[in-house]
Write a protein that binds this ligand. Sequence first.
Ligand SMILES: C[S@@+](CC[C@H](N)C(=O)[O-])C[C@H]1O[C@@H](n2cnc3c(N)ncnc32)[C@H](O)[C@@H]1O
Length: 351
Amino acid sequence: MVDDAKLHEFMGQILSDLGGAASVALVRIGDALGLYKTLHERGPMTVAEFAAASGVNQRYLREWLSHQAASNYLSYDPTTQKFALPSEQAMVFAIEDSPVYMMGAFDLMTWITESKDQIQAVFLTGDGVPWSDHTSCFFCAVARFFRPGYHNNLVSNWLPALDGVVGKLERGAKVADVGCGHGWSTVMMAEAFPKSQFIGYDFHASSIEHATAHARTHGVTANTRFEVATAKGYPEKDLDLVAFFDCLHDMGDPAGAAAHVHQSLKPDGSWMIIEPMAGDRLEDNLNPVGRIYYAGSTMGCVPTSLSQEVGAALGAQAGEARLREVITAGGFRNVRRAIETPFNMVLEATQ
Ligand SMILES: C[S@@+](CC[C@H](N)C(=O)[O-])C[C@H]1O[C@@H](n2cnc3c(N)ncnc32)[C@H](O)[C@@H]1O
């Protein structure tokens, strides 16, 4: 028997989900044309005022604004016929340094949609998909998605939560950022701790090129360099700190990577592992954050790991217990959760 009330409630959810999915392209148009930033800077505007301010065709703009107001992304005042970007929405759509800036997530949703055929094919074969084979500007989207979390937490909260690490960084330490991608995390640490040396490693050559360009733009080339290397093969030794930002679960052989980190650290060195927030059981992760991470994991993290040696495929929602297993398999005796946010957990492993 169908329960009409439950069906009604579920259809409400599906309408909301479809509305969100349909919004992805429109939000990205608003981002690409600078519409959110213009509205944020100029304040409430009518369609005609906004068209003049943004240089966008008025008819298209009216339709876009109507969609945005129906989505609760913008507000609309029928008396003045003006549209506005409320302060809370501005934090999500316009302010790049805000902790809840989400434009990278909208970029990632496009990558998920565009990856459908590629990933559907490996559902049948069990093959992996190499990181470098992903469609769209996946790598830029990943970097853009994670940057606000790092900007708002890394130097202010995460590094201070580690045992004695900030003191070493202030005096001058040697740090490797492994799986650094476009290198935002490396550059942020290098800016904050000019007496320390930072090396960013990633096996994706094009990401290393982007990271090198970021280091130049941010003026940190004196204490930062980037190199193409795998997590099991990077050459540097006697490191004070090794950091893995949202990448251990992507690796084919995370226990092998853990063993390599172990031999690369000084005896009193620390390994900081940033991983997506997750509980240990599936039922702990059946929530909005888990929903998005499982989608990204199906389309990106699992295929990437399966394309590498061992193919452990931990998945983005591995949970602390499973992560501890691979970390201790690499020789680390002490593992603790140093700090967490709604999106990330920060583990510290020491010899
Ligand atoms: C989700 S991205 C995170 C990138 C970056 N740390 C960040 O937080 O923006 C995962 C990164 O791990 C890298 N990666 C995956 N497997 C690797 C391996 N075995 N060795 C080195 N890098 C690897 C990928 O190239 C990618 O840049």
